[in-house]
Design a protein around this ligand. Structure first.
Ligand code: APR
Length: 239
């Protein structure tokens, strides 16, 4: 039996499904991945801008980068990979999508039960108090200020060195622990939480299916590892 057939069979037989996605699933929509080519803006690597230190040093620069990214994301469309995952949710009685992506393309493809473990680029939140709002501005007009406490607003994403939102992470762990299968798509699985959730699924005895362009540290450990494009493979294994 081919890997694709095996993955399809595992997914069709499961009624509790979790999915973990990373930047690779949005690559075919034209959004650069973090560790691949095209991830640079004005020669900065994401690791140089997506940190609390960078924001403290130069909030204008960091905001300018995020507003530029919002512009690119706003012009992008969800692809066949995002749509296949939305279709999987419509079929599975119990379903959770855990994404490391902040771009919102899963929402736009029709996914509903989503845990955004790295936040959402379309949220701006206060760097001091609990204020937050949806923010669709794609033109940089300066650092936005909190209407409640006047501190600078910041993008509603998790930066390098920051911890993940507790409740979101707890939900993600609970979902993976309670699922019969974890489908992992488009993530290098190099950083927490990806790695931790794959280990959790394996120790819970769940099936694990990986769909990724390149091999990862988990390719040898998962039940089925499929090498290729999310936009091509995901529709095939959900079909
Ligand atoms: N289809 C499938 N896989 C793809 C595709 C594609 N079209 N394009 C790229 N990939 C794969 C790459 O081979 C790579 O293994 O997707 C993976 C993307 O890995 P990363 O760039 O490391 O992205 P991700 O795993 O989401 O990074 C996790 O790290 O930088 C932080 O917070 C950031 O959320 C991000 C996190």
């Amino acid at each position: 039996m081919s890997g694709i057939d095996r993955a399809r069979e595992i997914l069709a037989a499961a009624d509790r499904v979790s999915v973990l996605t990373g930047a690779g699933i949005s690559a075919e929509s034209g959004i650069p991945t973090f560790r691949g080519a095209g991830g640079l803006w004005r020669n900065f690597r994401p690791e140089e801008l997506a940190t609390p230190e960078a924001f403290a040093r130069d909030p204008e620069l960091v905001w300018e980068w995020y507003v530029w990214r919002r512009g690119r994301i706003g012009e992008a469309q969800p692809n066949a990979g995002h749509r296949a995952i939305a279709e999987l949710e419509r079929r599975a009685p119990v379903f959770t999508l855990i994404t490391q992506n902040v771009d919102g393309l899963h929402d736009r493809a029709g996914s509903r039960n989503i845990r955004k473990v790295h936040g959402d680029i379309w949220i701006s939140r206060c760097s001091r108090c609990a204020y937050q709002r949806r923010d669709t501005a794609t033109v940089f007009t300066g650092v936005p200020v909190c209407p409640e406490c006047s501190a600078p607003l910041r993008p509603g994403v998790v930066w390098f060195g920051e911890s993940l939102p507790r409740a979101v992470w707890d939900d993600a762990e609970r979902a993976v622990h309670g699922s019969q299968v974890l489908l992992i798509a488009g993530t290098s699985a190099q950083v927490y939480p990806a790695a931790g959730l794959i280990d959790l699924a394996r120790s819970a005895g769940s099936s694990t299916i990986e769909v990724n362009l390149d091999g990862t540290a988990y390719s040898g450990a998962v039940t089925v590892s499929l090498r290729g494009l999310c936009g091509e493979l995901l529709p095939q294994i959900v079909a």
